[in-house]
Design a binder for this molecule. Structure first.
Ligand code: AMP
Length: 217
């Protein structure tokens, strides 16, 4: 089973990916995580990507395709993949169709996580992550606050804010999403594999909607 999570920034793609991989033993592919890993290297490429990520612009397709294909070559998955943050435009969607077709596979579900811009902004400005274990918190949402300010409940390590989690980068990311990624809603609706999810709810409630579509088919 191959799944795409199609959503604006901070709609909960990462959180829902985690729940999906746990329940269905899938392999998560987050192009954002893969690019952030390269950006953490002190190299020419690392520094270029770091700047692009901080600005909120998209990284160029050739590089994203290279990173994606390398990852999929090294991380084959028996049960399938959850694509988190890929594809982000029509060219990327066509590329993914080709890659999967070569593997005799296809996309089974595209979950469109729909949330209002106001909620996204609240989530973005409050999002904090653990440097060590990656757990995600939100200081603007009571249920998701860490017990101690800036410290991870899980492992006691320091929390940090993603460089692109600020209002200015958010605006760029959101506009890019509207212009480049939202047309994919039609692309996948035409293939009859698009399922709309209300992602303004708590993570368990959001996951229940996803599960119910999977179990129904
Ligand atoms: P994300 O973690 O999905 O929010 O992505 C963070 C940033 O990584 C984006 O704002 C882009 O700069 C870059 N990025 C992630 N996935 C892609 C992609 N599929 N195509 C181009 N850029 C991407």
């Amino acid at each position: 089973m191959n799944i795409i999570l199609l959503a604006p920034p901070a709609a909960g793609k990462g959180t829902q990916s985690e729940l999906l991989i746990k329940k269905y033993q899938l392999n998560q592919i987050s192009t954002g995580d893969l690019l952030r890993k390269i950006a953490s290297n002190d190299s020419k490429l690392g520094n270029t990507i770091k700047k692009t990520l901080a600005s909120g612009e998209l990284v160029n397709n050739n590089l994203v395709f290279q990173v994606l294909e390398e990852y999929m070559d090294k991380n084959t998955s028996e049960n399938g993949y959850v694509f988190d943050g890929f594809p982000r435009d029509t060219l990327q969607a066509e590329k993914l169709d080709d890659i999967l077709e070569n593997m005799n596979q296809k996309i089974d579900y595209v979950f469109y996580l729909n949330v209002s811009k106001e909620i996204l902004l609240k989530r973005i400005t409050g999002r904090r992550l653990c440097k060590s274990c990656g757990k995600v918190y939100n200081i603007n949402i009571d249920l998701l606050k860490p017990k101690m300010n800036s410290i991870c409940d899980n492992c006691g390590q320091e929390l940090y804010r993603r460089e692109d989690d600020n209002e200015s980068s958010f605006e760029t990311r959101y506009q890019n999403y509207k212009i480049q990624t939202q047309p994919l809603i039609d692309y996948y609706q035409n293939k009859n594999i698009l399922y709309e999810i209300d992602s303004s709810l708590e993570k368990e409630e959001v996951f229940k909607q996803i599960e119910s579509f999977i179990e129904k088919r």
